[in-house]
Design a protein around this ligand. Sequence first.
Ligand code: GLN
Length: 491
Amino acid sequence: MNYSNITMHKLSDMLENNEITSVEICTNYIDRIEAVDSKVKAFLKFDKEIILKAAKCADERRKNGKALSPYDGVPIAMKDNITVTGETCSCASKILEPVEAPYDATVVERLKNNGLIPLGRLNMDEFAMGSSCENSAFQKTANPWDLDSVPGGSSGGSAASVAASEVPVSLGSDTGGSIRQPAAFCGVVGLKPTYGRVSRYGLIAFASSLDQIGPISNDVLDAAIILDLIGGNDPKDSTSLNDECGGFADAILESAGCDLKGLKIGIPKEYIDCEGISESVLTAFNKSKEVLKSKGAEFIDISLPHTKYAVSVYYVIATAEASANLARFDGIRYGARDMEAKDLLETYFKSRGKGFGEEVQRRILLGTYVLSSGYYDAYYIKAQKARTLIRKDFDEAFKKCDIILTPTTPTPAFKFGAKKDPLQMYMADIFTIALNLAGNCGISVPADIDEASGLPVSVQFISPELDEKNMFKVANIFEENREIKDFQPNL
Ligand code: GLN
């Protein structure tokens, strides 16, 4: 059977109808990884024996009428910053290379409780800092649509593995766009849930007030199913929300075949009149508007005036938080120790100097600087004030519209080495960063294929916080009606 870009809900239907077994599913994905991952390099590690053992248990449960959920036996791959008991969790960094996780992240525990099988560790930018996966200490993941182009980042392995049909669905983390941007570059769906929807327990922290775990999948329904499974309050994460969480997949199924009459979609002028936005992105965006209009949606011009500060604000707040979060990796409490060091200070210097890559060191320096007593007010406090203004922009906008439509990225995927200047690289997230600062949710959905490069181009739907249900419905109706039905690379 053909597993190319198959969804997990289709696999689940086949399992439920006894048309296939989990062992067959997992064997297929293992074979696929063995066939293509030498080119894509999405996986840092995977262990066949463990996966097949889990698949056998899932089949056994189903045979005895004890399946844990309709998804029992479906594999899901993890970004290498989400802990799975007994597996490495390196964050693609040398400093954590020897570490084995002693516990499951809450998201992993919830997936396992539903019978899903964690399948391998996915490459990423070191400590989730980057937009191209080029900052991994171990390997460069390629874009399955063009092996000379980047898959995006930091969840590049998560997006590339799904696009390359090495796994039906994966988890990534999004601090400033790291789920949506690589999903857009690889032609798959990427969801950043509302901050606090999904527990961060077991996610190695980069910037705690921005980080959120979310799925990368082949369609919007799969993203909703995963949020149903992993979302909801977790006492182990003090920032986890108490709000009711669930019913996302049902909301989509109820809206299948519906139109969008009465829906007001905001188009922020700052995202369209933006310097550096490519023709193909604008074409895809305009085509997407036509699709939504044909289903009855109404468009409203809106303004998010503080958007222009979002990237700068992000690089003050994210680096400040990162410098504190990464202080624990000192070669003593956590992380690889340099054994040549002769005293305590040298142990810190050498372990951190050798363990962290260039981008991570740059961010620790920047973060320490903006938090230092002389500059705290000038940078950190100012950035926090600007963050409030960015959040208020969204509040104002959502008084006029129900949902916002933007491109996900200013260009399709770029070639390896194309953005050597870190500041240029930082601009790759210009359309995704603001909503991490504001805390609300967004989803990237493939929209078109750029004629010149043959690469996918995507759009982003942004909703108010906790309004995922409506966001999923609209994204699903868009997906049902967009011109190109199948986004599949020729690998
Ligand atoms: N690309 C952004 C950065 O480098 C966002 C990363 C992320 O979302 N983890 O910080």
